[in-house]
Write a protein that binds this ligand. Sequence first.
Ligand code: NAP
Length: 265
Amino acid sequence: MDRQQPLLGRAALITGSTSGIGLALAEALASAGANIMLNGLGDRDEIEHIRTRLTREHRVTVLYHDADMTQPDEIADLVAQTHKAFGRLDIAVPNAGIQHVSSIEDFPVEKWDAILAINLSSAFHVIRAAVPFMKDQGFGRIVNMASAHALVASPFKSAYVAAKHGLAGLTKSVALEIAQHGITCNAICPGYVKTPLVEAQIGPTAKARGITDEAVISEVLLAVQPTKAFVQYEQLAGLLLYLVSDAGASVNGAMLSIDGGWTAQ
Ligand code: NAP
């Protein structure tokens, strides 16, 4: 095994990897030697820039597929194209997610539907299509990007909390099904990470609670995180690299908190 690139020859698919946590995780897997299928929406030129940068810096193959995580057919194609391009599919990270902050009585129905589709159902569609390839190989690592909100709730986030709790159930159920096939299925449950998704909810949370943006950071976000610090990308990457390694083979069906102690309270 190459100590610098322990994942050399592995193929990894990360949904929602054009921004934030997904991009950081794609970069970590590429730096460990894995070939990468990127996915996400957004500006095509920027995505192409990311794709060529990762290819150049890590000397792996990095491809991009524009599947919309609300569309089951497109997700099935994303998984099939990943396997076709790399001849295998070792690591699947259903990571795409969106947020909407609102009281339950004002919660827009279309936001509920979109959050359930992107944050929960898209993971089902990825896993459903990936598991046959992983079973054939006798190896697979599924790492769902859940949240502290898969374990505990906060007000004004009913759809997000419901979807992430659902993802916890999906993770555990799949873990039991695939346990004897060399595959594991786990979920990472981060506390707050300062990504575009979090930055975008500061304003609406301030409005919903009638407080300033600064107060949202100190009194709402970091208030629940005993370390009083945002979780860093490198810390999430370290956990992912452990889970996909041979050392992670017995970790299965676990909800792995990385939240500065939030859910210990
Ligand atoms: P982010 O920066 O907003 O990134 C989300 C990614 O998902 C982007 O690449 C986005 O693409 C993609 N995406 C959104 N809708 C999509 C769709 N319909 N089809 C395909 N891709 C789509 O958010 P993030 O904070 O990194 O969140 C990533 C995951 O971590 C989410 O599941 C989130 O719930 C979870 N998480 C985040 C935190 C946190 O504090 N940030 C904490 C716990 C869990 P575009 O940018 O092109 O739209």
